[in-house]
Design a protein. Sequence first.
Length: 208
Amino acid sequence: MLKGGQSSQHIAEALRADICLARSSDDQMLHEGALAQRFGVSRTPVRQALQRLSYERMITVKSGVGSVISPLEDRQREEDLRAAEAVIRAVAACAPQTRGSAAQVMDFAAMLGMLAINDLGRAEDFFELRARLLASLSALIENPILKDAFHAAYWRLIRWRIQDLQTDPAAQAALLDRLVKSIVEILQHVSIAATFEKVADLEGQPHA
């Protein structure tokens, strides 16, 4: 649990983790009053956090009801994954045709060590590494509109990946490992644009 007085961004991060890791309440409702008490804030930053999660389709805001956690429904899977792939390719189309800086490459290279020491079959470890990957990829995006769209689409994809982890952890661990290794190689030797194209290729594979 976070300490009191946290910003809307930190509240959104904590709630997003709860949702992705299925640590939410049994009734699937997010109550503003209870959340304000939990985080030691007024309802304003809580509302801002919920608005962000609604944009990411983590929750649905229903008039007269409140904020309800959006279920993962099989009929939405292909649509969500295609949308994520399309957004990543849009990012690639606008990304620089230059190699990443040494600092950018090292940011991803550090993840290789984390992959080696973490239990990727454990949902919490898998989530943390996926979240770290998203943050590092996002830092490569210069256009704020594309960055915002990338965040929303990729969080939805991560939620599906965590669900898939329950049925085939080996495949999801292998995908994450291949993603990071490919990013380090392409970012260092080719370009940022090519890096995102490779991410789109790997994340868009039907068996992923």
